[in-house]
Design a protein. Sequence first.
Length: 100
Amino acid sequence: MNSSEENHNRLNQDIKLLKNEIDEIRSGSIGIGQKLKQLQNSFFDLEERLAELSLQDPESKLYSRAAKMAAKGASAEEIAQDCEIPIVEAELIVSLRKHA
C-alpha cells in the first residue's frame, strides 16, 4: 500500500468517526429537546396552579393559618383573635389538631 492509499484510508476512518460523533450529538440534542419540552409543560402546570391558589377564598387562608397556629401549640383564644374567627371554630381546630 502506498502512502496515498494510507492517507485515503485514514481519511475514510476519520470521516466515519466524525459521522458517528455527529449522530451521537444529534441523538443527545433530541433527548435534551424532549426534556426541555417536559420541563416547559411542568412549568406551565405550576403557573396554573399558582394562579388558582391566588384566587382561592381568603377565608380558607385564615383557616390554614389557624391550623398552623394550632400545630405550634397556640390556644383557641389566640387563634380566634389572630385569625378573626369565632372562638368555637378555633376550639374545634385545636381539638382536631390534638386528635390528629
